[in-house]
Design a protein around this ligand. Structure first.
Ligand SMILES: [Zn+2]
Length: 74
């Protein structure tokens, strides 16, 4: 093996490593973004606390007073 081959292989290895990292973090950030986007906002009818729940449930119990609130419609 000559030096050029070693350098080319090294470049591909490093490039592939960073490409893998980029894909990994890109996907992770995308799924975090998706989770944040799928949050549903609730406004408590009893104590006026604004809170969010993951996913899109129709009702969610208020973390402050325990009152069950319906989803806010925008
Ligand atoms: Zn409440």
């Amino acid at each position: 093996m000559d030096l050029l081959t070693v350098v080319v292989i090294y470049c591909f290895a490093v490039g592939g490593f960073f490409m893998g990292l980029w894909l990994f973090y890109g996907r992770r950030e995308y799924s975090l973004f998706e989770q944040a986007r799928r949050k549903t906002t609730f406004l408590c009818a009893r104590c006026n606390k604004l809170y969010a729940a993951a996913g899109s449930p129709e009702t969610c119990v208020c973390p402050r007073c325990g009152h069950e609130n319906a989803r806010l419609k925008f």
